[in-house]
Structures are given as structure tokens and as C-alpha cells.
Design a protein around this ligand. Structure first.
Ligand code: GLP
Length: 241
């Protein structure tokens, strides 16, 4: 793992944004995976600003998000589809057909998982994944205990995460929420992974993921074995390394 430590949050956001822009410029038909959450919002805004000020061709770029919530309307502002669309895809003029996402509603999610993988493979396979890390080391929505061999699946939400999503999305308790996510095996097969974390609250889990044992109890720890993984941190997230 290559560890890069930005001096402060702003530098972190800028560096993370340039990982995406650099990928698009060096390979205009890149397939790029994003993550939703607090960590990536500024990064998406900065990519959008750079594009607005210095437009470049995005007509062949394909974007997807590593995960998606299930059983809420796609148009709901809390869906990953809606967030990524408004935070970055629309700003970069990514055509709808180049935004590869599973649906949020379906009669057959097993089939949707297969189709998501097939669509990514058909596009050439993911080149870059900007990957957030959860408070407990989850990546995508692969919670602790998920087998490393897992492929795309619908994960049950842990109660803390579910509470947060319900709070953030306002979805009523009567809808069972799940998380369709690339599995850990899929993430390990992505050509380049950039694990991103900022802030003091991520320092402890970053230490476990980067310097602790590789264990299914800390899903992100498997990235120690990824052949092309960069860990991009601000000084606070790196403070326990
Ligand atoms: C959720 C998302 C993950 C994201 C994580 C971290 O679990 N499904 O993809 O990495 O949140 O979120 P934050 O950046 O807000 O800490």
C-alpha cells in the first residue's frame, strides 16, 4: 500500500479530486467507481469545479458508485444514484447511459447484482475505485464478517448504519433497507483502488485497516494485499499510524 498524507483537509480534497481528473485525462474511456458520504462530497465538488473552469472530454468516461441502497426510490435524494448524479455526473455532462448503477427497486436483486457486474465488465472493467471507509472498517456496504470471496450482493445493514441512513434519507421504518454493494472480491479486482479517509474519527480504523492484521473483522484490511492500492489521508486520519 502506498500511503499519501495531505497536510490538511483542503489539500486532501484537492488531491483526491485530482486522482479522478488524472484518471479521466490519462484514459478517456475510464470506468471510475465513486463512493458517497462526507469524505467524498468536497472531492466531487472540486472535480466539478475543475471541469467547469477547464472543460475536457468526458464523453467516453463511465461512472458507477460502489454501492446503492435498496427499497427506496431512486429519485430520493438519499439514493447513491441521486447523490452521485447531482454531485458529479450532471456537472461533468456524463450521459445517463454512461452512469452505470443498479436499480434501487427490483423483484430480483440477485439478477440485478449479476447485471451490475456484467455492465461494468462490458465497459472494460473498473479502472479506478475511490473508496471510502466506514467507522467499523466497512468498504462499500461489506460489513465486518463479510467473506473476502464475496461478489456483488445485497447486504443487510447493521443497525447503526441503518439508523444513519434513515436519518439522512428520511425513509420510513416500514421499508426494509438493504445495501447492494460490489463484493470484496470485486473490489480486489479493480485495477487501482484509492482508499480515502479524513478526520480524527477515522484515525483508529485507519490504523487497524492499514497496520493491523488482515481479517474479515476489518473488511478494509484486505486492501493490504491489493497490488495497486493507495491510501490517501489527511493528517488527522493518519495521526495514529
Ligand atoms: C457509507 C457508504 C460507503 C462510504 C461510507 C463512509 O457506508 N456506503 O461507501 O465509504 O459510508 O462514509 P463517510 O465518508 O461519510 O464517513
Amino acid at each position: 500500500m502506498k500511503i499519501t498524507i495531505a497536510e490538511n483537509e483542503n489539500q486532501f480534497d484537492q488531491m483526491a479530486a485530482w486522482r479522478i481528473i488524472g484518471q479521466m485525462l490519462s484514459k478517456p474511456n475510464s470506468v471510475i467507481g465513486l463512493s458517497t458520504g462526507q469524505t467524498t462530497m468536497n472531492m466531487h465538488r472540486i472535480v466539478s469545479e475543475i471541469y467547469r473552469e477547464n472543460p475536457f472530454s468526458t464523453s467516453e468516461v463511465r461512472i458507477y458508485n460502489v454501492d446503492e441502497l435498496t427499497n427506496l426510490p431512486r429519485t430520493y435524494p438519499g439514493s447513491c444514484y441521486a447523490m452521485i448524479k447531482s454531485q458529479i455526473c450532471d456537472n461533468l455532462n456524463i450521459p445517463e447511459e454512461h452512469f452505470i448503477m443498479p436499480p434501487t427497486m427490483s423483484e430480483d436483486f440477485e439478477q440485478e447484482c449479476k447485471m451490475f457486474e456484467e455492465q461494468l465488465a462490458k465497459a472494460g472493467g473498473p479502472d479506478l475505485q475511490m473508496l471510502g471507509i466506514g467507522w467499523n472498517g466497512h468498504i462499500g456496504i461489506n460489513q465486518p464478517g463479510t467473506p473476502f470471496e464475496s461478489t456483488t450482493w445485497v447486504s443487510p445493514m447493521d443497525p447503526i448504519f441503518e439508523e444513519r441512513v434513515r436519518k439522512e434519507t428520511g425513509v420510513d421504518e416500514s421499508y426494509p433497507l438493504g445495501g447492494l454493494t460490489l463484493g470484496i472480491k470485486n473490489i480486489m479486482q479493480i485495477r487501482k483502488v484509492v482508499l480515502i479517509a479524513k478526520g480524527k474519527h477515522k484515525a483508529e480504523i485507519i490504523k487497524k485497516a492499514v497496520q493491523g492484521p488482515v481479517t474479515i473483522d476489518i473488511p478494509a484490511s484486505i486492501l493490504q494485499l491489493h497490488p495497486n492500492c493507495e491510501v490517501l489521508l489527511d493528517t488527522e486520519a493518519a495521526s495514529m499510524l
